[in-house]
Ligand binder design. Structure first.
Ligand SMILES: Cc1cc2nc3c(=O)[nH]c(=O)nc-3n(C[C@H](O)[C@H](O)[C@H](O)COP(=O)(O)OP(=O)(O)OC[C@H]3O[C@@H](n4cnc5c(N)ncnc54)[C@H](O)[C@@H]3O)c2cc1C
Length: 412
């Protein structure tokens, strides 16, 4: 662990986003970067993630972002020498209704327009790829052969080690408690381990990003919403090479975790925290909600009946941060020089970390693309919205993660 020090760029948060940004900036030639993390690297939301990396998205930009991330995970080991434990198993998106099958046709068109290979599986191919599934209810299955999953801890470690090799320092167990602002510019950070001068603060504080923004007097709607999944002990027929599964009609995703089943989902009634009450350094503990988790298992049993009999080995959970419009909040804050957001990942901050970090880099350079500009925190400033509706909309983004196109959509 390094000490807090004066640095040109200070990144607050050592999760997937903070470490990806550190690595990306260092690779782009930034020579004086530090990461400040209140706990351990990947110790908060990122270490709990399922590691799914899905490229089929509702918009071409999101598709391309995810494709860029997949390309990065495939080459990260080669580029850095550190593995992300990326497994390109492919993924199968399963429809149980005709409406959903129609949505898949639209998603496939977006994917192809972005240059992403997808195909509809015949019943025989589906049975060959997923012999552990009961396919009797399935109306369509969309296959993306280049999707897969990774181990989030390995990814964060790979980013951090590669960043360290390029000179980035990491001050762990150090909490940013204040900012030094002079005029219209950030000049430094205050921490529980001392103060440091800095020209640029990048707020990658995950579910605490709203609290860190408040240190600069900025109201930004970064809303933590609970999310959880379970992993079972070994189940016959399940192994690490099976494709990732998404069953939006059941609001579920699943994959093998070794010989066990990993299964998670999107609750119809999301549980969020009031972002105004999330404070610096506050522990955001989540207890497993067995009613919700057994609901996931009961629903998934329609496709994989043994899941309800399997013993649960572990529950992973946390508060990924959502925004009211379901889009990242990325880039410099207008009117406060040197304060940059890298937050509101809407539950794809692990899969999207490489692409999001590229967006942060682009936002710091002259002439960012219209897409990157559209992610600017400026869309929430000055505050013309109210907290209650912002929180309700962010919850809806969570609840409608797998919704049909009439509602706000994510298509993770
Ligand atoms: C159960 C679950 C499953 C998920 N599955 C997936 C998945 O399959 N694929 C996917 O892409 N995403 C998934 N996600 C979402 C993903 O985990 C998040 O989008 C991602 O981890 C966000 O990364 P982050 O770096 O922004 O946040 P975090 O990992 O939370 O990192 C933020 C860091 O900032 C630190 N910090 C906060 N305040 C301060 C401060 N004042 N000073 C210093 N440090 C501070 C925190 O300690 C923390 O380590 C899942 C999330 C959960 C909970």
């Amino acid at each position: 662990m390094a000490e807090i020090r004066d640095a040109e760029v200070t990144i607050v948060g050592g999760g997937a986003i903070g470490c990806a940004v550190a690595y990306t900036l260092a690779r782009a030639g930034y020579r004086d970067v530090q990461v400040v993390e209140q706990g351990e690297l990947a110790g908060a939301t990122s270490g709990q993630a399922a590691g799914l990396v899905g490229q089929v998205r509702a918009s071409r930009e999101r598709c391309r972002l995810a494709m860029a991330s997949v390309a990065a995970y495939a080459r990260i080991e080669q580029e850095t020498g550190y593995p992300a434990d990326w497994r390109p198993t492919g993924s199968v998106r399963i429809a149980l209704t005709a409406e959903r099958a129609a949505e898949f046709t639209a998603l496939a068109a977006v994917a192809r327009s972005a240059g992403l290979e997808v195909e509809f599986l015949t019943a025989a191919r589906l049975a060959g790829l997923c012999p552990m599934l009961d396919t009797s209810e399935i109306t369509a299955a969309l296959w993306c052969p280049t999707d897969g999953y990774l181990q989030p801890n390995s990814l964060v470690t790979a980013y951090a080690r590669a960043a360290r090799d390029r000179g980035v320092t990491f001050a762990t167990r150090t909490t940013v408690t204040g900012l030094r602002i002079a005029g219209d510019a950030v000049r430094g950070v205050r921490t529980d381990q001392g103060a440091a001068a800095t020209d640029v603060v990048i707020n990658a504080a995950g579910p605490w990003a709203g609290a860190v923004a408040r240190l600069a007097g900025l109201p930004l709607p970064v809303v933590p919403v609970r999310h959880e999944y379970f992993v079972t002990r070994a189940v016959a027929g399940w192994h690490a090479g099976l494709p990732v599964l998404r069953a939006p009609d059941l609001r579920l995703y699943a994959r093998a975790e070794g010989p066990g089943i990993l299964c998670g989902g999107w609750e119809a009634d999301g549980l969020s925290l009031d972002p105004r009450r999330v404070t610096i350094g506050q522990a955001l503990a989540v207890r497993p909600d067995w009613e919700v988790l057994s609901g996931f298992a009961a629903d998934f049993a329609r496709l994989a009946p043994p899941v309800t009999q399997a013993e649960v080995r572990e529950v992973f959970r946390g508060f990924p941060a959502f925004s009211p419009d379901g889009r990242f909040i990325v880039g410099p804050v207008p009117g406060l020089r040197g304060f940059v957001m890298a937050a509101a990942c809407n539950a794809h901050g692990v899969s999207g970390s490489a692409g999001l970090a590229e967006h942060v880099l682009e936002s710091l350079q002259p002439g960012p693309s219209p897409y990157v500009r559209s992610l600017s925190p400026g869309r929430y400033l000055p505050q013309t919205w109210d907290w209650e509706s912002a929180r309700a909309r962010a919850e809806q983004v969570y609840e409608n993660y797998y919704s049909l196109p009439a509602q706000p959509q994510q298509a993770s």
